[in-house]
Structure formats: C-alpha cells, structure tokens
Design a protein around this ligand. Structure first.
Ligand code: SF4
Length: 331
C-alpha cells in the first residue's frame, strides 16, 4: 500500500469567466520513503494538486469536486476540519518557494519552529512545568536546526526572517516542516528563488530527510535537473492532467509522451551548444483551463496528433512496469 494515493482528483475554480479545471482527474501514488517529482509548465496544476492534498483550496472560488486522497488508508477528503488540522504540519507538511514571505516577519525563527511543537507535540503539550517545557522546546529546536546543517542554531533561532539570507529562511521553513517528523513533506518549488550554490545545499538537505527522518517527499518543480538528482518517481503534468508517470530512470532514459519528449529536448546541453544547434522548444502555448481543447489537451501542440486525438481523451496505459502514459500512440 502506498503512503498516499490520489484517485481521479478534480479541483475546479469557479470564476466570472467560467470554470477553471485546474486539476482534472489525476491519479498519483507516493510510496513510503520515496521522493516523487511533479513536473510541468506553470499553470499545469502542480501547486493546486499539492494544496488539494492538504485541503487548502479556498472555497469559494475553489472546490475539490471529485476524487479520493487516501493517506495511510484514510480518505482525507472525508475527514472533519478538526481531524485535518491534526494532519497538517504533523503528518503532512509543506514548504513553499518564497521562504521569506512564508515566514512571519514579527516572530523569530525559533518562535516559529516552537509554535509547531506547542501545537502538535503531545509530550510538550502535556508538560505542566513551564521551565521543563521551555527547555524541551529549545532543545528540540536546536536539534532540528543542527540536523539540517545549521551550524549556529542559537543565533539563527533568535533571528527574525529579515535578518537571514534566503537559504537560511528556507532551512528554517524545512525545520518547521520537519520538527514533528511528518511522513510526507510537500515541497513546492523549494529552490526557485535561491542562487545556484544554495539550491544545491537545499537539495542535499532534502536527500538527507529521507534517510534521517524516513519521510516521503512530493517535490513540485519545473526543473528536470532537480527531478533527476532527487526523485525515485516522476509524474509529468500538462493542462490539469498527468500525461506520463513512473520510475525516474525509465522516464529519463526513454521519455515516451510527446510532451515529455518536448520537455527533455528543451533542456540545454553543452554538446548541443557546441554544435551550434538551436535549442528546441515546444510550439504553441498551454491552453486555457476554462475551455481546454477537446480530446487530448496536448493535440494543438503535438506533431503526432491524429484524428482521434482531437475527439477523445487518451486513457492511461501501462507501457512497462512502473511506466504509464496517456497518449493514443500507445493504445
Ligand atoms: Fe499527441 Fe495524440 Fe498522443 Fe496527444 S494523444 S500526445 S495529440 S499523439
């Protein structure tokens, strides 16, 4: 059994211009102690998928219209808001792409990490002695900061977000997310706003999280390099649908969906530059999710589009073990 199974998830937003089908019938499985990458262009529905998993879609205008999100055997879409609050932060936590704007500017890092313990940790919540409770909180805060490679936890925990670099703010976010030892961490573009050397450090920390904490990770990114570096499995999203998913090695060795092939060809390689070949692009643009194309949503941009592609949505078919694809070429 997977840690988290998403089945036929549909998340829509009702706007004055029409219904935005941001996530339209996706299936996803995240295994225990594994890293899953969710890739795709901006607006393909990656972040909405993550927010749906945590039931953080604001309603109105959004609504999880259909589907199941089964976490450790329970459909979290059927839980009460109180039960859900116990899962957020303790069982499933999330980090965002703009760490500085996600942190509270008027609390120190230590206070923000401690808040998670006061809310979720039973031992600390039930401790009646104020001094012992504070000592436990400080010890746990310093320990988690050390675990993620912060060399001066005392200074960092006493600093406000504006006093820290972007990389340190992201480490504080990771510390907040991991202090209650969640089973699943959702990381939404965790390195986008950071410079390249700090990106590499954050990726190293995330690799360690699986080893040290035994957590699974769902990482949302448009960077295929990060997927290759970090993930065991990958799902490629296009216009609210998953078009290809499976084992990361198989998909990088043998990308099969025309959209995945287009994404791979759009990666600049030094060899290509030496050849003076132009970098390939995918023609056209992502369709409007208010009025997506009939049939396969990729057909207006696909060089292999056939008649059936314009009329009917392709089913998801398994083309080998741990590799499935939604494309009429393989049906
Ligand atoms: Fe292209 Fe048709 Fe496959 Fe869609 S189903 S990716 S249009 S070949």
């Amino acid at each position: 059994m997977s840690l988290l199974s998403v089945r036929d998830l549909e998340t829509y937003f009702y706007t004055y211009d029409g219904t935005v089908k941001a996530v339209d019938g996706i299936d996803l499985d995240i295994d225990y102690k594994k890293v899953m990458g969710l890739v795709g262009e901006s607006g393909s529905g990656k972040s909405v998928t993550a927010l749906s998993i945590l039931r953080l879609i604001s309603s109105p205008p959004g609504d999880i219209k259909n589907g199941e999100i089964v976490y450790k055997g329970k459909d979290i879409l059927k839980l009460s808001e109180d039960e859900m609050r116990k899962i957020r932060g303790k069982e499933i936590s999330m980090i965002f792409q703009e760490p500085r704007s996600s942190l509270n500017p008027v609390l120190t890092s230590g206070e923000q990490i401690a808040e998670m313990l006061f809310y979720h940790d039973e031992e600390i919540r039930s401790c009646r002695d104020k001094r012992s409770r504070e000592r436990m909180v400080i010890d746990r805060t310093y320990k988690i900061l050390e675990d993620i490679g912060v060399s001066d936890p005392d200074r960092i925990s006493k600093s406000y977000p504006h006093e820290l670099s972007g990389g340190l703010c992201q480490r504080v976010m990771i510390a907040m997310a991991m202090i209650c030892n969640p089973s699943l961490l959702i990381a939404d573009e965790p390195t986008t706003s950071l410079d390249v050397t700090i990106q590499a450090q954050i990726l190293d920390i995330m690799k360690d999280l699986v080893q040290k904490f035994g957590s699974s990770i769902l990482i949302i990114t448009h960077n295929l390099g990060i997927v290759a570096e970090l993930c065991n499995d990958v799902a490629v999203m296009y216009a609210g649908c998953i078009v290809e998913k499976g084992d990361v090695v198989k998909i990088f060795d043998d990308p099969s969906h025309p959209y995945t092939i287009g994404l791979m060809n759009a990666i600049p390689y030094l060899e290509k530059d030496f050849d003076k070949k132009r970098l390939e692009t995918i023609p056209g643009a992502v369709p409007s999710l208010i009025n997506p194309p009939e049939g396969c949503r990729f057909h207006p941009r696909c060089v292999h589009a056939m008649d059936i592609c314009k009329r009917r949505m392709p089913p998801n078919v398994e083309i080998s073990k741990d590799h499935s694809i939604a494309c009429w070429i393989y049906c």
